[in-house]
Design a protein around this ligand. Structure first.
Ligand SMILES: NC(=O)c1ccc[n+]([C@@H]2O[C@H](COP(=O)([O-])OP(=O)(O)OC[C@H]3O[C@@H](n4cnc5c(N)ncnc54)[C@H](OP(=O)(O)O)[C@@H]3O)[C@@H](O)[C@H]2O)c1
Length: 302
């Protein structure tokens, strides 16, 4: 069984499971744990690591962790890795530290490269659509970033369908085809399907990578019997305890039973569901331990 999928109609193959560095890899996480998860991922064929400028606590520290890992472990394997970053959300003070201006995107990517100790990223994304910047300015900045050799491919994340259409057309006409769209897709949130984004990507030969495929951990056994102190939900920030409803628990028990029949865990059921959607290239998972990642790739990458 191949563990890679072709990304749209491009020349790029991505692993069916990719690793995201949003949580658990920042300056507040134990470095040796981050290192063990990253090494385990790569050793098991996960060649795609996903960042954004603001990932980690403090913002930017997940990319700094990657910089240290490049120096200590990964430099000899640079050409075997597909590393992405993004800019769009608030990163620094003043008028140039967020959204979609050329000024912000270009400065932000330079900062990301410095933090990760890289000469280029494989993929650079606009992290969100900016309604107050001319769409051509954002798109031309992406084109020029590729021309400058600072990114090999460009991506778009979280843009509405109408702007995605315009973006794909503009990028194609400027010889920088849109490689991939990054959107939130999981069994509890099917917006990219309902809004026609996944179909559009498939029809246009654009890859689709699903973020939060486990709904930040809701679609696992993590919260079946309470809220563990070391979990994302315990932080009550990006994942809040009001999401742990009786309906969710009933759904999880259903998934657990279905999983038992298929020889899969709840997380494996959830990831397989996303990967079965036509047009999905990869699921972009997070993990706070090697064990979690091992569980997630089992039955998919083995
Ligand atoms: N483009 C965007 O706007 C955007 C937005 C969000 C995310 N992303 C990308 O998507 C990546 C993944 O997002 P995510 O972290 O929300 O993904 P996720 O895979 O839905 O959730 C990951 C969390 O689920 C828990 N978990 C994972 N595997 C588990 C297992 N086998 N058993 C029990 N619990 C398990 C862990 O929670 P604990 O930490 O509590 O252990 C882990 O941190 C991010 O790192 C980022 O690269 C992009």
């Amino acid at each position: 069984m191949t563990i890679y999928n072709r990304c749209g109609n491009s020349g790029v193959l991505l692993p069916k499971v990719s690793l995201g560095f949003w949580h658990n890899f920042g300056g507040d996480a134990p470095f040796e744990r981050s290192r063990a998860i990253t090494r385990f991922a790569f050793d098991n064929g996960i060649t795609h690591f996903d960042f954004a400028n603001n990932y980690g606590v403090p913002a930017g520290s997940a990319e700094q962790t990657m910089g240290r890992l490049m120096d200590e472990d990964f430099r000899p394997y640079r050409d075997e890795l597909f590393i992405s970053s993004k800019a769009g959300y608030l990163m620094w003070d003043g008028p140039y530290g967020e959204w979609g201006s050329r000024k912000y995107l270009m400065s932000s990517l330079d900062q990301s490269l410095q933090r990760m100790h890289l000469d280029y990223v494989d993929l650079f994304y606009s992290h969100r659509y900016d309604p107050n910047t001319p769409i051509e300015e954002t798109l031309q900045a992406l084109v020029d970033i590729v021309r400058q050799g600072k990114a090999l491919y460009v991506g778009i994340s979280n843009w509405p369908l109408e702007q995605l259409r315009l973006g794909a057309k503009y990028l194609r006409e400027h010889d920088t085809p849109l490689l991939i769209y990054q959107g939130r897709l999981n069994m509890l949130n099917r917006e990219p399907i309902e809004e026609g984004i996944l179909d559009f990507c498939r029809e246009e030969g654009i890859g689709f990578i699903a973020y939060s495929p486990l709904a930040q951990g809701l679609l696992t056994d993590r919260y079946l019997s309470g809220i563990p102190a070391d979990s994302r939900m315990a932080q009550e920030h990006f994942l809040t305890s009001d999401k742990r409803t009786p309906e969710l628990l009933a759904y999880l028990h259903e998934l657990e039973q279905r999983g038992q029949a298929n020889g899969r865990t709840i997380a494996q059921e959830a990831l397989n569901w996303v990967l079965e959607q036509k047009g999905v290239t990869s699921v972009l998972v997070g993990a706070s331990s090697v064990e979690q990642l091992k569980n997630n790739i089992n039955t998919i990458l083995s």
